[in-house]
Each structure stands twice: as C-alpha cells, then as structure tokens.
Design a protein around this ligand. Sequence first.
Ligand code: AMP
Ligand code: MG
Length: 345
Amino acid sequence: MLILGIETSCDETAAAIVEDGSKVLSNVVVSQINIFAEYGGVIPEVAARNHLEVMMPVVKKALSDANKTWDDIDAIAVTHTPGLLGSLLIGTLTARTLAIIHNKPLYAVHHLKSHIYANWLETEKTPEFPLLSLVVSGGHTQILKMNAHNHFEIIGTTRDDAVGECFDKVAKILGLPYPGGPAITAAGRDGGDKNKYNFPKPKVDGLDFSFSGLKTAVLRTVQSELGLPISHPSHDLKNHLNKQQIADFSASFEKTATDYLLEKLEKAYTENPETKSFVVAGGVSANELLREEAAKRFPNVFFPERKFSGDNGAMVAAAAYYEIKNNVEPTDPYKLNIMPRSEIK
Ligand code: AMP
Ligand code: MG
C-alpha cells in the first residue's frame, strides 16, 4: 500500500511516499530554518506563507522522486493537529483538495502519533508492545503507553514548556542560534564541563514534567555568574558571557535536561514493568547525549533515524498506515476541520 504523507505543522514543508508503513520511496523536506534563524524563532504568519509557496512543488517532487503517479497512490495522509494554525491550514487544505481531485481516501493524522511512528520507518527490527514512548519535541514532552498499534494512553505530560522549547530558550539566553538543540550540543562539546553548574530538576508529582523552572534556573545562574542583578534583561546576557562559560552552561543544561527526561521514563518503567520496548520520538530525539544515556539505561530502546526525527511526511504516512490496518475510517475531505485541538487517539 502506497501512502502520500504531507506535513506542515511548523516550519517544514514536507511530503513523502511510503510503502506499507515502512519503506520510504521518497522523502522531501523543505525547511524554513534559515529564515527563522535570523529571528531566533518561528513567526507563524511567515511560516504559513512559505508553506503555500513550496507545498505543491514538494508534493510533485515526492511523486517524481518515488517514480510514481497519482494512479499508484492508495491514500493521502496529512498532519491534522497540533501545530501552528496557519501552517496546518496549508497542509490540510492541500491534502483535502488532492483527495477530492484524485479521489483518494484521506487520513488526518495526529502529529505526535506520526513522530512515534517514525520509529517504524526503514528498520528491520521494530518496537514490541507493550511499549513506553517518550515524545520530546519543540511543542511537546510526553510519556505515552502503547499496548498495541494505534492505541495510545498519555501517562505523563509537561505542565508548562516543552523540552525542545527549553533548549531553544536557553540557547537564546546564551546567544546561540535557533534551533537551540543542536547549537547547545555543539557549544557544550567545545570544552564544556557538564558538572560545572548544578541546576535543580523541577519537582513535579508523578510522570509529569516542568521545563519552565529549569529555563529560569539557567537564567538566574547566568545572571549570578556574571554578577548581574535578576532585573538584568536576558537578551543582553550573551554580550557578557565568554566562550568557556557558554560551553559550561550548555553542557550542564543538556545533562540536566536529558537526565530529567530519563529519570521520568525510569519511573514510568517502574510503574509499567511489563514494558517490552522504549520508543523515543520528536525533534529532541536527535540529541546525542539522550541517545547514549537512554541506550545505557533501558533495554530495547528505539530512536528514529536522524532524518526522520524532525518533522517529515514519511512519519505521517507510516502513522496513517497503522490507522488503516486498525480499520480507522478515512476523513471526509469536505468536513476536515483543524480548529479543535484533538487529543491523540
Ligand atoms: P519538532 O518540534 O519535533 O520539530 O522538534 C524541534 C525541536 O527539537 C526544537 O526545539 C529543537 O531545538 C529540538 N532539537 C533538534 N535537534 C536537537 C538536538 N540534537 N538536541 C536537542 N534538541 C534538538
Ligand atoms: Mg514535530
């Protein structure tokens, strides 16, 4: 079964063709990262306009790279929610229109489900159920339990910021570029001491997370290290930091953030000892330290191939494949509405 997956939830315009939920025949991703690096973050209106410009060329390239025509395509899948409203609109309107014109079933897929299913792409060994999934992205930090394909139970979630957002905001304080994750890793590896600063791990009951406290802890420690008052504006701190301090703050923050994520996952494992595999997903799953530490602490850990850890259309197609396998009905293209933020199901 060939599925065309379309993804535009944030600042990547992407389309891919995937066979039977795993074999990626094409995977086209046009990122707006260079545009937003200048601003230090995504501007929703600008993102939506850029999606509109490249959406159809991206879909056409996905078809031609895979050497397929519309006749070969069995279904169209699109990121439905969550994401930036304007960005989602471009993808969903494109998918709806294509489904109507080419008379294909349409699957409106939850974005986090797609990130999880990136772990089934291009891999011989697949995760076993029951599994625990740690979803770590720019907008989400969650632990989900899956007892079978297409069955999700959220057992932990962030109470405030997401971990990726925290990486981005800490990077901004340190004067590092957007996106913050890779920049923090690179700065920390440039001679940074991960034990130099001890940031407190936010104490939240159960399996929930909090990342806004960690971000503030970094801010306050930077101010105090520089001998500046807490009223000193965060955007100016970068002008006072030297290279060694930036490296030490980066390495110490990265260690605390990844430890915190994995400690919660360990707690989830203790509460769910029947777990057979661990699946990490979302943009932050590209993090090297997280990968190394998770492999040490858990049996049977899965990370997506790096090219599938960020937003892409292939993961959307894979998620839709398992919806189809679970007899989920296609969406009526005339009724698809992205306004309500639906829960993963
Ligand atoms: P997503 O929301 O899934 O597109 O992921 C984007 C988020 O992933 C951004 O907040 C990035 O800073 C973060 N990210 C990307 N690569 C890395 C990395 N190597 N380490 C940590 N965070 C990362
Ligand atoms: Mg994403």
